[in-house]
Design a protein around this ligand. Sequence first.
Ligand SMILES: Nc1ncnc2c1ncn2[C@@H]1O[C@H](COP(=O)(O)OP(=O)(O)OP(=O)(O)O)[C@@H](O)[C@H]1O
Ligand SMILES: [Mg+2]
Length: 123
Amino acid sequence: MEKNVIVKLLDVNKKFDDVSVIKDFSLDIYEGEFITLLGSSGCGKTTVLRIISGLEEVTSGKVFIDNKDVTYLDATKREVNTVFQNFALFSKMTVYENISFGLQMKKIHNMQLVEKIMHILAV
Ligand SMILES: Nc1ncnc2c1ncn2[C@@H]1O[C@H](COP(=O)(O)OP(=O)(O)OP(=O)(O)O)[C@@H](O)[C@H]1O
Ligand SMILES: [Mg+2]
């Protein structure tokens, strides 16, 4: 069975001021695939991830998620999650509250929320 391309980068270029950091980069990530970006420090791995999540805008090229062109879609409107290299947890909240925060932002409430969190914690 042919798998779907979930994330597609097409001829992506990124410049910071006049410095070219990503040059003509294309990538297809298929459903269920586990992808790792490897490369020397400063080669652009984090920049690529930030472009996929919408935290950084491309200079040129296209970004697709689920076959939808999200190149200029705000980060908050993309179905993407980021686990940062350094912990980015709310230190004053419990584990439960940290997990529920993102779901509450998505307006998931009450039983559905509790059910989802308990499922995540049980895995
Ligand atoms: N906001 C920014 N403004 C200017 N230059 C930047 C910015 N972000 C990244 N860069 C530069 O872009 C290049 C790629 O950086 P990036 O952080 O993507 O590399 P990396 O592969 O993730 O490195 P590392 O392995 O150290 O995490 C580097 O030269 C970096 O200095
Ligand atoms: Mg990095």
